[in-house]
Each structure stands twice: as structure tokens, then as C-alpha cells.
Design a protein around this ligand. Structure first.
Ligand SMILES: NC(=O)c1ccc[n+]([C@@H]2O[C@H](COP(=O)([O-])OP(=O)(O)OC[C@H]3O[C@@H](n4cnc5c(N)ncnc54)[C@H](O)[C@@H]3O)[C@@H](O)[C@H]2O)c1
Length: 352
């Protein structure tokens, strides 16, 4: 993140019910209202929560722009300190506080679940504002976005396979899926149905039985990244690729939803130097937001929203072609596409 103040608006407020620090960071509304989920987690200080909100809202701007969405980037954070006991009452009070804050943006900042919050929490926010997405269907939302996110990952994966292997089909390929959760388990199921040899991994040992029962292979988490594979799908946590782990990778194609997979941006160059095609995480993982905004904001049917999610395949092809022809990493190519959209929007917004 640059050192200049690049954000349009940042609000920090102490919740009047909860007393907790609430942060809404709006990085850009150049393409439309800012969107970004609500993170509730513990930080050493609330200032770390502010740093998180600034960083994540900027990332949302690029995620929405490269996905072709007419939305900008934002993020909200409810910052808990290390000692706060998060009782159900405090949790509800904090969510009500945030709902009130989101309402004050009158639609120019919109939220949804993120780390530490889920669809049910959006029901509380919606007491104050309709701009809290992914509430359960019975409360007027579209619920957990894991399914559409997995659909987008599969579209990205096929586009990546066509680029790397000359064939989008994953039949007969060995795919390691690291993280057998909401998204990873669905990606694994989709690939297995297509005839791929799927091997999964998870730090939660209780997931092993479910994986084996579904007919997948299993690899211990410590060996997942280096296990022989044609395709590696990071679907667990961020920061998995660094100077130590990249030399151990065997798969020529890496594509998955886990956020912030690179420990730092220059790792994109290290991956490229090893001849590994890495599809940027925020491109591969955009299916959930594309679907949710399509359904809950743009009035799309389920089918039309899924079509938009499938469009992630074309986006990945565009990024990988641009990267190949201009000799840059896919990360840089994605950034260029996003920056081009943002610059066009900025030039249109200039007074004549
Ligand atoms: N759910 C969505 O719509 C969505 C959208 C975009 C991006 N993402 C990102 O994709 C990733 C997966 O999301 P999810 O919704 O499936 O989460 P999840 O919590 O349902 O599943 C993650 C799984 O990874 C496992 N895990 C944690 N650390 C691990 C490690 N070091 N090695 C192996 N497994 C590990 C967990 O035990 C869990 O089973 C996350 O990084 C998330 O931020 C999710």
C-alpha cells in the first residue's frame, strides 16, 4: 500500500452501545458504491484494525474493478482487543453499532460477511440498513457465498488449465486442494465430478473423514504444497507463498480463493521465475461478490448471476494472455486491467 492517503473516506467511531472501535474505510467509489465485508477480530490495538481496513478496502477496489463490477472498494472492522470477552450481548451491540454506521453512508458503502462475521450477523445490520448483503434467504438475502465462490474458482481453474496445458479439462489431472472448508470442499467435488484425481488437506483433522468419504485422497497439511500435482488450489489461509515455500511447489498452475496468498507482492515474480502460473487470488475468488451483487443489488436472476460468475474464466484468460504477451506477471497484468478501468472512470468524472 502506498504511503500517500489514497482513501476517499475513513470513519472511526466508538460504538455507543458496545463501546468498541468501529472502522469503515472507503478506498474508492470511482466505479460505484464501495463494497467490502465486515471483519470482527482481535487486534493488539484498534490501530491495527484501522491498518487492516485501509489495506483490505484498497484490495476491494481492485477486486471489483478487475471483475468488471460497477462497485468500488470499502471495508469495515469491529476491533476487539485481546482481553474483551465477546458475549452474545456485546456481539449484538457491536453489530447494531455497525449497522447504524453503515446506514449513515446511505448506500455509498455496503457490507457483507468477512472474517468473524456470517450471514446471520447481517440480519442484525439490516435492522438499520438494507446494504448488508448475504443474509440468509429467509431474511431476504442470498446467504453464504461459498457456492458461487467455488463456481468462480472452477471457471478460473479451467481458464488457467487451458493456458498452461492447452486443455481446459481437468480429467485425469492431479489437483491438490489445501483447505477443505466451504469453498475448498465444493471445488474438490466439482473437480472429482469431472474426473480429476483430487487430493485434499486441512489442519482440521475432522475434515479427513468427510474427504475420504467423498472419494478424495488426503495429504497432511505440512506436505500439501509440495505434494506432486498438476494444479494446486489454495483454499485455506493467506500468506502461504513465500521465499521458503515457492521452491517446494510442484504444480505448474496455482489457482484458488484464499485471500492474500502471497506473503509479499514480489513473490509473484519468484513464482513466474519458476515457470509457475499463479492466478491472482482476488481474481479467482471473486465469484461470491459477483454473484451476491448481481442478485442483491443489480436484480439478476440466479442463472444470470451465475453466468456473471462464469465470466471469471474470460477474465483469467485475458489476464494470462496479457501477462504472456507483455512479459509481466499475472498480478501486474490484473493490476493494469483494474487501473485502466479506474483511470477511465476518473477521466469521465472530470468536469468538462
Ligand atoms: N467463502 C467465500 O465466499 C470466499 C470468497 C472469497 C475468498 N474466500 C477465501 O477463501 C478461503 C477459504 O474460504 P472458506 O469460506 O472455504 O473458509 P472455511 O473457513 O470454510 O474453510 C477454510 C478451511 O481451511 C482450513 N485451514 C486453515 N488453515 C489451514 C492450513 N494452514 N492448511 C490447510 N487447511 C487449513 C480450515 O480448517 C477450514 O476447514 C479463505 O481464505 C477465504 O477468505 C472465501
Amino acid at each position: 500500500m502506498s504511503q500517500a492517503f489514497a482513501h476517499e473516506e475513513v470513519v472511526v467511531r466508538r460504538g455507543r452501545r458496545s463501546g468498541l472501535p468501529l472502522i469503515v474505510a472507503v478506498h474508492s467509489r470511482a466505479l460505484g458504491p464501495a463494497v467490502g465485508g465486515c471483519r470482527m477480530r482481535r487486534y493488539d490495538t484498534w490501530r491495527d484494525g484501522l491498518t487492516d481496513a485501509l489495506r483490505l478496502s484498497e484490495a476491494m477496489t481492485y477486486k471489483a474493478a478487475v471483475a468488471g463490477l460497477d462497485f468500488g472498494g470499502g471495508k469495515s472492522v469491529i476491533a476487539l482487543d485481546r482481553d474483551t470477552e465477546l458475549t452474545p450481548e456485546l456481539r449484538e451491540a457491536a453489530l447494531e453499532d455497525l449497522g447504524e454506521l453503515v446506514a449513515s453512508f446511505d448506500g455509498s458503502y455496503r457490507t457483507g460477511p468477512d472474517v468473524g462475521t456470517g450471514p446471520q450477523d447481517m440480519v442484525v445490520l439490516r435492522r438499520f440498513s438494507p446494504y448488508a448483503y448475504c443474509a440468509p434467504e429467509e431474511h431476504g438475502g442470498t446467504g453464504d457465498s461459498g457456492g458461487p465462490t467455488a463456481t468462480g474458482v472452477l471457471a478460473a481453474l479451467r481458464a488457467g488449465a487451458r493456458h498452461v496445458f492447452g486443455d481446459a479439462s481437468c480429467t485425469g489431472r492431479t489437483v491438490v486442494v489445501s483447505g477443505y472448508g466451504s469453498v475448498g470442499s465444493r471445488v474438490a467435488a466439482g473437480l472429482a465430478a469431472e474426473g480429476a484425481h483430487v487430493v485434499v488437506s486441512d489442519v482440521d483433522r475432522s475434515r479427513k473423514d468427510a474427504a475420504l468419504a467423498s472419494g478424495h485422497g488426503w495429504v497432511e497439511p505440512g506436505r500439501a504444497l509440495s505434494a506432486p500435482a498438476d494444479i494446486l488450489v489454495p483454499a485455506a489461509v493467506g500468506g502461504v507463498f513465500d521465499e521458503a515455500s515457492v521452491p517446494r511447489l510442484t504444480a505448474p498452475l496455482v489457482v484458488g480463493p484464499a485471500n492474500n496468498q502471497l506473503a509479499e507482492e514480489p513473490i509473484a515474480d519468484v513464482l513466474a521465475e519458476r515457470g509457475i502460473v499463479w492466478v491472482p487470488d482476488y481474481v479467482a475468488g471473486a465469484g461470491g461478490i459477483a454473484y451476491t451483487l448481481g442478485r442483491e443489488s443489480d436484480g439478476y436472476s440466479h442463472e444470470a448471476a451465475l453466468d456473471r460468475v462464469e465470466g471469471i474464466g474470460d477474465t483469467v484468460t485475458h489476464i494470462l494472455d496479457l501477462a504472456r504477451t507483455t512479459g509481466v506477471t499475472p498480478l501486474r497484468a490484473a493490476r493494469q486491467i483494474a487501473e485502466h478501468r479506474l483511470a477511465l472512470a476518473a477521466s469521465r468524472a472530470q468536469p468538462a
